[in-house]
Design a protein around this ligand. Structure first.
Ligand code: BTN
Length: 243
């Protein structure tokens, strides 16, 4: 990873740029980083607040030989890698909120957006986007985000250089991705569960079809969130979670 890094001063969304490049044949590991995004995208069609020079906004192209269904494992892998990078760089231990939010003191520091293109069972490519609030001051967040978002600078009390943080991130992602390709999902699953903030707690998962409440117990071997509900264990593949 990181053999092909392109740095843009400003762009709409690094996801959009990465999709274009992937379609044109960009190799696995190619990365687009922007200092500023004018149309940053979050999950579920939301906007992603990406002010100039305040965070790390990047998208990574992967071309894994895995089933389409397994792509969710890449999101979980990314959240583990980002958690480890933050631990190394700051000494703080973020919690992972399923599937892929990183929280410190219950506030969101980082979000991950995995988008894939493929057909039948075959993945053409995956674009994994990561947005990390690094030096964003509290007052810069729009008021609707102030009680739910934070930055590393707010949590550590000091500004951080983004370049070494990016290097640490890429090293963690690369090490975990290599481990995933050789050993499969199990080691990632265990690390994810160790970093998850909500296991053993009562949660509510709202899926497109229904709402499930119960105790979050862990991940399935595929990467679904397992919720213990009465006598049954229900796997959740896609939902909004309330703890
Ligand atoms: C989320 O938590 O909703 C996911 C947020 C993902 C944001 C990143 S910033 C870099 C990349 N480019 C985008 O437009 N989105 C992702």
């Amino acid at each position: 990873l990181g053999q092909h890094i392109t740095y843009l001063d400003t762009t709409t969304s690094t996801q959009t740029v990465a999709h274009e490049w992937a379609k044109e044949g960009a190799p696995e590991g190619a990365i687009v980083i922007a200092d500023n995004q004018t149309a940053g995208r979050g999950r579920l069609g939301r906007n992603w607040f990406s002010p100039k020079s305040a965070g790390i906004w990047f998208s990574l192209i992967l071309r894994p030989q895995i089933d389409l269904q397994a792509a969710t494992q890449l999101t979980l892998l990314m959240s583990v890698a980002v958690r480890q990078a933050i631990q190394k760089a700051t000494g703080l231990s973020p919690h992972i909120k399923w599937p892929n939010d990183l929280l410190i003191n219950e506030k969101k520091i980082c979000g991950i957006l995995t988008e894939l293109r493929g057909e039948q069972d075959q993945i053409h490519y995956v674009v994994v986007g990561m947005g990390m609030n690094v030096n964003t001051p509290y007052t810069m967040f729009p008021s609707e985000l102030q009680n739910q978002a934070s930055s590393l600078a707010i949590e550590t009390g000091h500004q951080m250089d983004r370049a070494p943080l990016i290097a640490t991130l890429l090293a963690e992602i690369e090490a975990l991705y290599d481990e995933y390709l050789t050993d499969g999902f199990l080691p990632i699953k265990l690390k994810w569960e160790a970093g998850a903030g909500m296991l053993g707690e009562r949660i509510t998962a709202r899926t497109a079809k229904n709402t499930v409440s119960g105790i979050a117990t862990g991940l399935s071997s595929e990467g679904a969130l397992l919720i213990q509900c009465d006598e049954k264990t229900i796997p959740i593949y896609s939902a909004e979670i309330e703890v």
